[in-house]
Design a binder for this molecule. Sequence first.
Ligand code: AMP
Ligand code: GLY
Length: 430
Amino acid sequence: METVNVLLLGSGGREAAIAWKLSQSPSMGKFFIAPGNAGTSAYGTNLPLKPTDFEAVYNAVCEHDIDLVVVGNEDPLVFGIREALTEKAAKDGRKLLIVGPGREGAALEGSKDFAKRFMERYNIPTARYATFTAETLEQADSFLETLLPPYVLKADGLAAGKGVLIIDKLEEAKKSLRKMLAGQFGDASAKVVIEEFLSGIECSVFVLTDGSGRYLVLPPAKDYKRVGEGDTGLNTGGMGSVCPPPFCDDKFMAKVDERIIRPTLEGLRKEGIDYRGFIFLGLIKCGSNPYVIEYNVRMGDPETESVMTRIASDLLPVLVETASGELTTSALEEDPRTAVAVMAVSGGYPEAYEKGKVITGNLNPEESVIFHAGTKEGADGEILTSGGRVLAAVSYGENIEDAAARSYKTLEGLHFDGMYYRRDIGKDLL
Ligand code: AMP
Ligand code: GLY
């Protein structure tokens, strides 16, 4: 096979894990990560550019003769990077493949109201809901009164993962709704989706699809969103993940396939949306049945950190097939072991925290793979913290307990000022 020059966009642990995986491909030609972090430079060349600066991205494509762009995070997709790059490439007569949907497909993540209406049209199981604006406040109050607590309020647009409020008291929910509609999350909460609260256990299922209805399902994962042990405290970008969670057994995954994946892809086709990329199904298992909590149009973080380590197949040709609309690979080989990712974060995260702390210890342990997230290289080549989520230690094991123990052993050998991690990742699944 010919080699492929790749540009991966993003800078988090997710992109580090994708970069780690892709860099192992015999088909990899030149490999760039933009902007990347202190860890991704071990897998390719970091380019200092912003993924939402489409002009700069396209210039990098031309300068480095890129064949394939893989978009790691949602912002560029929702803002139309596929359309922008496709148009520029067409003008230049350049062949360019992109993993990631266009603006219309990205609305599955960019607008909760769009996603809910989509699910309604295709009978995809999800929480009962209605959408309101400042003009329909009275109807919103009446709708809230028909629901049982807790109340789920969601900003329609992108709100950096902070736009979902779960509130116990009706009066408080009404107050919060007013704040949201008055601009608590800027334009993103000019529309608010109110939905029924679903009770169950959450998991993340990732699908790669090529726009023609063909698809592959990646290993499922569970992420740990709350900052505190026992799922307490504030929501974060994710404190760890387990792949696969035992409750995502074959029977459950067959239901996910039949009730959610197939109707979703069918719906996209019916609406004329040529979706080429990852679809992230945020699911909740209620009893034995899956419901969609949300769609995302990219991989999850920190799920990717454990998912990538369990994909045994060469992923690069699969991404090329996806982006070409010719996904002929029919299954991914999976590592039979369990993978557990534990995220080390800056003290204080997800609230205020300090940056620029020196990370010491063995960043290349035998026991685990370390994926950098919020790190950067200092002037003397030292590794510094540069974000809330700093790095993930990912390990394999015969089971969750075994894999988690290895990740914890690795983290004990690392240090930075204020370093914190949850010590109970995967415990609830034992
Ligand atoms: P989202 O940003 O849509 O992923 O929502 C953030 C979190 O809120 C989810 O991961 C769930 O834990 C929770 N959540 C969202 N919608 C619901 C719902 N309808 N019922 C129960 N929990 C929900
Ligand atoms: N882990 C959840 C997300 O990436 O949105």
